[in-house]
Design a protein around this ligand. Structure first.
Ligand code: ADP
Length: 527
């Protein structure tokens, strides 16, 4: 059972009503601890020193009305008792903060309604307090988040901000609240105009203004807009990077925008530093690889001249060592080429030369250059070209490189007496080029990783050289030409790489990903 007792103040000047009320409490065993004030002045003196759970007040009192006590009752629910026919007083009482009213009647039947009216008024008060507390909690969260929060109304006036905003922009609350977004958060480079800097030339372009306006107009959120204003904070000029998210919100039936502004200066600086470091690394690798190429060519040339016997007879022992030297120099050359190609692709420096080309002719050229190394390894290398293949737009040299890489892998990973073949078909708007081998295959779990740079499948007991860059290069080139590559493989059975190349990348519908957009842009700017 609920044992809650209520402390009740009855303000009533009629002695009989006072007695009737006390009797009601006794008879009904109401859990009230009652005090009675017989006048406004008596009520005021009691209210000054005591707090009650509920005040029940007769409206008309000898020395005034119950309204005269309202200033002291403030946080306590109050129920008015009025005479019959005084409903307008009751309405007035509602407006002044009364929770309910009772209308007196001669038989004092109104007293029967006292318990339920008191119960309701107290519940009402408790509910108000809960809502108030929830509101306060929300406000505390709003104020405490380490991200700047702003509430802007449909006239672009700032209605609420948290402390982070004040700190970010170095302004006082009074300089922000009830100001236009532009005026309150303006960058010191903007011209400060009366209408707000949305109307000044500098700020019309401000992405912060645009974001708020766009959300108000479209009722769609905008995310991750970056701004780089010049602000004066604590007397110092700073140029932070800020990221803005703006969400539409209906508050009190009106359109609003909730802005979250995050200081991303540290991240931006770190990105900038990383970019610089990457650039330096990339330049360094390019420079070193270039510098290695020239002497390597001289060594290669020298070895070839000695092996050919141009500078005198060599014996078998010497030939043996020179062969080893030649193989290793060739490996080094491949490695340097891979690194240089990859750097070029990574740095976005590869300019495609998109032309109409005959794929059969390209595949035959690859066959011509690779057939001898297949033969050397005892691997059969054949072509299967469909008749009347259509011409396609691609960068010839780059597709030669793609096929050379795929075929050289196929030869490299296929044991003696195995087969390597390149098959080309025309399917819809695409050329389908399959490079198949009957080699060692790729384990299922490695398949998703083989296009990653530097990834190589560990082959216990087998020493097959490589950089792990070949397939990363292949994939990048194919994607740059709006194509795609797939792989199927079975260990000890063989591998099939399939390249799909669009006949004309320009005719492709717009692709949603930004990478695809960049690819198409690249194609367009290269034509
Ligand atoms: P590399 O050949 O220089 O090691 P790639 O990027 O060309 O680098 O290939 C990555 C890895 O994928 C290779 O190390 C190999 O493990 C595997 N791989 C590629 N092609 C084949 C193939 N045809 N057969 C078996 N494994 C292959």
């Amino acid at each position: 059972m609920d044992n809650t007792r209520y402390k009740v103040l009855l303000i009533e000047d009629d002695k009989i009503d006072q007695i009737a009320f006390k009797r009601l409490v006794e008879n009904e065993k109401l859990p009230y601890d009652c005090e009675i004030a017989g006048s406004v002045s008596e009520a005021r003196s009691i209210l000054r020193s005591e707090k009650f759970d509920i005040v029940i007040a007769d409206y008309l009192l000898g020395d005034g009305t119950a309204f005269d006590t309202l200033d002291l009752v403030k946080n306590t629910p109050i129920i008015f008792i009025t005479g019959a026919g005084s409903e307008e007083i009751a309405t007035e009482a509602w407006k002044s903060g009364a929770y309910d009213y009772l209308i007196k009647d001669n038989e004092r039947n109104y007293l029967k309604a006292v318990p339920i009216t008191v119960e309701n008024a107290i519940k009402h008060k408790q509910m108000e307090e809960t809502i108030d507390q929830k509101q306060k909690n929300l406000e505390a969260i709003f104020d405490a988040v380490p991200i700047g929060m702003l509430l802007v109304d449909e006239n672009m006036i700032i209605k609420r901000v948290n402390d982070t905003i004040r700190q970010l922009f170095g302004r006082e609350y009074s300089e922000i609240i009830n100001q236009r977004v532009g005026n309150a958060l303006c960058c010191i480079n903007s011209t400060y105009s009366k209408e707000g800097c949305r109307h000044s030339p500098a700020c019309a372009e401000c992405p912060l203004q645009k974001a708020v306006k766009s959300v108000l107009d479209s009722e769609q959120a905008v995310h991750a807009i970056e701004i780089h204003p010049t602000l004066k904070v604590d007397g110092k000029e700073i140029t932070p990077w800020l990221s803005i998210n703006a969400e539409p919100a209906m508050i009190d039936g009106c359109k609003h925008v909730v802005l979250a502004i995050d200081d991303i200066t540290d991240r931006k600086n770190a990105e900038e530093k990383l970019k610089e470091t990457m650039e330096i690394k990339s330049q360094f690798i390019s420079m070193v690889s270039h510098e290695l190429r020239t002497p390597l060519e001289c060594i290669k040339e020298g070895i070839a001249i000695i092996l050919d016997g141009v500078v005198g007879e060599i014996n078998d022992g010497q030939r043996n060592f020179l062969d080893i030297a030649k193989r290793n120099v060739d490996r080094l050359a491949v490695l340097i080429n891979d690194v240089l190609d990859f750097q070029k692709l990574e740095a976005g420096k590869l300019r495609l030369n998109m032309q109409e080309n005959d794929i059969s002719e390209v595949v035959e050229e690859v066959h011509k250059t690779m057939v001898s190394s297949a033969k050397e390894r005892g691997v059969d290398f054949s072509l299967k070209l469909e008749d009347n293949l259509p011409k396609a737009r691609f960068d010839r040299d780059e597709i030669i490189q793609v096929l050379t890489n795929l075929v050289s892998n196929a030869i490299k990973f296929t044991p003696e007496q195995g087969n390597v073949s390149v098959c080309v078909q025309h399917q819809g708007e695409e050329l389908v080029i399959r490079v198949s081998d009957t080699g060692i295959g790729i384990p299922r779990q490695a398949l998703p990783k083989i296009f990653d740079r530097f990834y190589r499948v560990q082959q216990p007991g087998k020493q097959i050289h490589g950089t792990g860059l070949g397939l990363a290069i292949v994939k990048k080139i194919v994607m740059m030409q709006a194509g795609r590559i797939e792989v199927e493989s079975e260990v000890d059975r063989g591998t099939i790489f399939t390249v799909f190349l669009p006949l004309d990348p320009r005719s492709l519908p717009e692709t949603p990903s930004s990478e695809a957009e960049k690819i198409l842009e690249n194609i367009i700017t290269n034509n």
